[in-house]
Design a protein around this ligand. Structure first.
Ligand code: GAR
Length: 217
């Protein structure tokens, strides 16, 4: 089944680009039916338009409160009818009721090995904590910020001399294959949200781990 994706992005859009490139290359059976941003100047919108996609900015400042912004954004998303909403660098909080209504149909990529380092500045916080390993996670979105069940992770070493920029670049290089492989497994119906955790091939599972081959074993 070709997975119909709606992508939410606030900034650079490199994860969106990875999705668009994989679809164009025939390595991901999906279709991006639209890209939505909370920022008019998001590079992600430029990337989407360059690829011939629908791209929309729905800015919080144009609404009286978060609930009104959520209603506009998710009203537009529902009208487009995605199978899955992908938060790819979407940096705004979304109301709990909106998220609850979409449980299992919305994922986020986060630059840490969750449950470690939820929230912002994950690379600097990993360095400050002195962890030997860092990485990225894809998880189902729930009302708890960066707290939904983790589907898959990619790990990188923290190397001597790393700063937030070098570590972030190393993680980003693994984010793209991680997100693509996760989307392939979702498209193939191999991963689903079940109560508090994920099921893989119909069984309760911990997070899938991305191998050096860019695949899940
Ligand atoms: C990515 O590193 C993603 O993991 C992170 O924002 C970056 C977006 O990059 N997301 C979060 O921090 C969400 N809490 P991109 O715009 O180039 O895809």
């Amino acid at each position: 089944m070709t997975l119909r994706l709606a992508v939410l992005a606030s900034g650079r859009g490199s994860n969106l680009q990875a999705i668009l490139d994989a679809i164009a290359a025939g390595t991901l059976d999906a279709e991006v039916i639209g890209v939505w941003s909370d920022r008019k100047d998001a590079q992600a919108l430029v990337r989407a338009r360059d690829a011939g996609m629908q791209a929309h900015a729905i800015r919080p400042r144009d609404f009286v409160d978060r609930a009104a912004h959520d209603a506009a954004l998710f009203g537009a998303l529902d009208a487009a009818g995605p199978d899955l909403i992908v938060c790819a660098g979407y940096m705004r909080l979304i109301g709990a009721d909106v998220l609850a209504a979409r449980a299992g149909r919305m994922i986020n990529i986060h630059p840490s090995l969750l449950p470690d380092f939820k929230g912002l500045h994950t690379h600097q916080r990993a360095l400050d904590a002195g962890v030997p390993e860092h990485g990225a996670s894809v998880h189902y979105v729930t009302a708890e910020l960066d707290g939904g069940p983790v589907i898959a992770q990619a790990r990188v070493p923290v190397l001597p001399g790393d700063d937030a920029a070098t570590l972030s670049a190393r993680v980003l290089g693994r984010e793209h294959p991680l997100l693509l492989e996760t989307l392939r497994w979702i498209a193939a119906g191999r991963v689903a949200l079940h109560e508090a955790g994920i099921h893989v091939d119909g069984r309760a599972s911990g997070p899938l781990q991305l191998a050096a081959t860019d695949r899940f074993p």
